[in-house]
Design a protein around this ligand. Structure first.
Ligand code: AGP
Length: 370
């Protein structure tokens, strides 16, 4: 096992550090920047299905559902196809309206999640075209779908999903750009600049890992005894906030909630006092001014702010108690980059609390029962 961990203390840390490679591997052979092409046989062979789709329904659980939410932002922004994102467990039991004009995308690292599988079967029975985004090759979900794209993240052993999540985001980004280019909603110049930026994302992740690792480790020390955490973000980073909170709660057992930052005033603001740590994702591109006022509201109530900002940020940084810098990217890529320090934060808080990081209590890597 020590050999498999490659010198890291836990699989989770190894997998966090593998992300430059796993994201790169997921794009390899698909993203051909010089030719200005995204090659995805699963999409291309069924392009009429996507082109004529009334809507895309994404079904998933847990972290994969968070990736699905970001997929909604991506596909609606770049391909202008309506997207709905559903928890598989809710979808399967609520008698959903599904037609043969719907495309249903299931996202699952393991490809074995019982609820996702059952929801897919239902969609298939009702005539929808079903597409899989799985990490485990030849898994049950990969086998029953009409087509799909594998995330090439490699085996993920830690129960807390990390590299599978960023690989799922990579696939969803490729799908959104490919569909948008094909249906004319994403113009050639924008397409070219976005794919060039996407190609450089593994390098951005590498930079974030090296520039934030030690810092985040130190920040984590101050929150070992925290009992609650709030995670806030807007736009693309709202699901990134949900994912940051899920990571923390599943491995450290600290109660954490993710919220869209603007929803704070509709309830969670009541929780804020000097004992409430709040992680706020505040990149330059993405409603920055609105986030600035959210941070002002938090500081007025003495909340402890851990801000994830772009390099060179001044406004949010001046108010925050802790500042984690990430490189500036187009908004659609920011959840990939911002998730990395949040994974590290959850990891180190859990390690300092003496928790079993790779195998947290009560959790299984794949949930094959209801
Ligand atoms: C992620 O950290 C969790 N362990 C869990 O939410 C997981 O994402 C969920 O069970 C879905 O699994 P899947 O992607 O294998 O379907």
């Amino acid at each position: 096992e020590q050999i498999e961990k490659g010198g890291y203390e836990h699989f989770m840390l190894k997998e966090i550090f593998e992300q430059p490679k796993s994201v790169h591997d997921t794009m390899r052979g698909r993203l051909l920047v010089d030719e200005g092409v995204i090659k995805m046989a699963g999409i291309w062979d069924h392009i009429e299905k996507f082109k004529n789709a009334n809507r895309i329904i994404i079904i998933a659980c847990g972290t994969s559902w968070h990736a699905g939410l970001i997929g909604e932002y991506l596909i609606e922004e770049y391909a202008r196809i309506p997207v709905e994102v559903e928890y598989a467990s809710e979808f399967r039991y609520r008698n959903p309206i599904i037609t043969d004009k719907d495309v249903v995308i299931a996202i699952s690292q393991s490809g074995e999640t019982a609820d996702t599988m059952a929801a897919l079967k239902l969609a298939k029975e009702k005539g929808a075209f079903i597409y899989g985004i799985c990490n485990v090759v030849d898994s049950s979900i990969a086998r029953i779908t009409d087509a799909g794209s594998y995330t090439h993240a490699g085996p993920e052993i830690g129960v807390a999903s990390t590299k599978a999540f960023t690989a799922q985001l990579t696939i969803l980004t490729l799908i959104a750009f490919k569909l948008g280019k094909h249906n004319g909603n994403l113009g050639n110049a924008d397409f070219m600049s976005l794919i060039a930026e996407l190609e450089a994302i593994p390098k951005r992740i590498e930079d974030v890992l090296s520039s934030t690792h030690e810092l985040v480790q130190n920040i984590a020390k101050d929150f070992v005894n925290a009992t609650n955490f709030l995670y806030l973000g807007r736009g693309y980073n709202y699901p990134a906030a949900l994912e940051g909170a899920l990571k923390l709660k599943e491995i450290s057992y600290i109660h954490a909630e993710g919220y869209p930052a603007a929803e704070m005033k509709h309830g969670p603001i009541a929780l804020i006092d000097e004992n409430m740590p709040i992680v706020i994702i505040a990149p330059k591109r993405g409603h920055y001014d609105k986030i600035v006022s959210n941070v002002q509201e938090i500081k007025a109530r003495k909340g402890k702010v851990i801000a994830v900002v772009n390099k060179g940020d001044t406004q949010v940084s001046a108010m925050a108690d802790y500042v984690i810098e990430i490189p500036e990217t187009s908004e659609c890529f920011s959840p990939i980059v911002a998730s990395v320090p949040l994974q590290l934060l959850a990891y180190y808080i859990a390690v300092y609390r003496g928790a079993n990081v790779d195998q947290p209590r009560n959790l299984a890597k794949s949930v094959t029962v209801e």
